[in-house]
Design a binder for this molecule. Structure first.
Ligand code: CUA
Length: 358
């Protein structure tokens, strides 16, 4: 047990050292901090046992090794004292570990106090959508939250089981259809933290990513909310206008843009609207695009929305949105995005329009 624990811990530390991957050992909030404290405590206990057991083993190998003139080893059968010790001690130790673990579980499940931001995280196959019931805004791939504020995430799915995990902020919580799990967390400082789907949910499970964007302060979060509440910007060039028309011709079965798609006022609470996966305006199957250009990630977190490479009139060969529109099935095989073959000019127009939607 101790050996497995230490090996696991070592591999975790080694894996965590790989460049850029989010680590549970680098917590950025109280929930992840609590979790990582439990981890370190158990690791230290396991390490002490490991060193003790292996130390005695190595000592015995040398101290009691066979020598040319050594007498035959004494033959023992049973030793009540030793057997009691090696049964009772581990039982006590496991009891302590159980206590530490359960205490940690209750701590991270506590109802947060003070100001709380509520969000519903909707697990699709294979991307995350975030709905803010207070401001009635919806975004995709990025969960934007203020710093030093409890965030209460209601986890919703109407398809298969996913799992919501932001290693630096909070441990995994399953997203189960028909069962509203809740996960709370708080981020200590501004920044971007990687989120991952941690329950196998289909062919693109590994590419079901998101990030938690923690704004500089609460005011910036409110400003962001107000911007997201506005209708889409009007096209300011012929290219953008052409893109808007292409959107209306090709994309409206799945994607809504407030102020552009008729009778569409934005997505509504998915836990009410999307329980039956019917295509209705409040619950279109694709991400809302009203503020597409303000997003940091696209395609379910697989691609950065690298706006600087997507400038109108410029070379779009490194523009991720252009790559995505060109052949979404190549970028992320099996996803629901269906789009007709677009010409280079069409893609340029769509990129110009969508990136203008800040
Ligand atoms: Cu969603 Cu794995």
């Amino acid at each position: 047990l101790a050996l497995t624990g230490v090996l696991l811990a070592l591999s975790t530390i080694l894996l965590a050292a790989c460049g850029g991957s989010p680590s549970t050992l680098d917590p950025a909030g109280p929930i992840a901090g609590r979790e990582s404290n439990v981890f370190w405590l158990l690791l230290i206990i396991a390490a002490i046992i490991f060193v003790g057991v292996e130390g005695m083993l190595i000592y015995s190998i040398f101290r009691f090794r066979e020598r040319p003139d050594s007498p035959p080893a004494p033959q023992w059968h049973g030793n009540l004292k030793v057997e009691i010790i090696w049964t009772v001690l581990p039982a006590i130790l496991l009891g302590v570990i159980l206590f530490i673990t359960i205490q940690g579980l209750f701590d991270v499940a506590k109802e947060p106090e003070g100001k709380t931001v509520e969000v519903t995280a909707y697990g699709h196959q294979w991307w995350w959508e975030f709905y803010y019931p207070d401001s009635k805004i919806t975004t995709a791939d990025s969960l934007v939250v203020p710093p030093n504020t409890w965030v209460k995430v209601k986890l919703f799915s109407n398809n298969v089981i996913h799992s919501f995990w932001v290693p630096q902020l909070t441990g995994k919580t399953d997203v189960v259809p028909g069962h509203d799990n809740v996960r709370t967390f708080k981020a200590d400082k501004p920044g971007r933290y990687t989120g991952i789907c941690a329950e196998y949910c289909g062919v693109q499970h590994a590419n079901m990513r998101f990030d938690v964007v923690v704004t500089d302060n609460f005011d910036k979060f409110q400003t962001w909310q107000r911007e997201q509440q506005a209708a889409a910007a009007n096209p300011s060039s012929d290219l953008q206008a052409k893109g808007k028309q292409l959107y209306l011709d090709q994309c409206t079965t799945c994607h809504g843009i407030v102020g552009v798609l008729e009778n569409y006022t934005g997505k509504e609470d998915p836990t009410v609207q999307c329980v039956n996966p019917e295509k209705q305006n409040g619950c279109l199957i694709g991400p809302d695009l009203t503020h597409f250009g303000s997003r940091k990630l696209i395609a379910g977190g697989v691609l950065e929305n690298n706006v600087d490479q997507c400038q109108p009139g410029g070379d779009l060969s490194n523009c991720n949105l252009a790559k995505w529109l060109q052949d979404p099935q190549k970028v992320k095989p099996g996803n629901d995005m269906v789009i007709g073959q677009l010409s280079k000019d069409d893609i340029a127009a769509l990129v110009a329009y969508l990136e203008s939607l800040k």
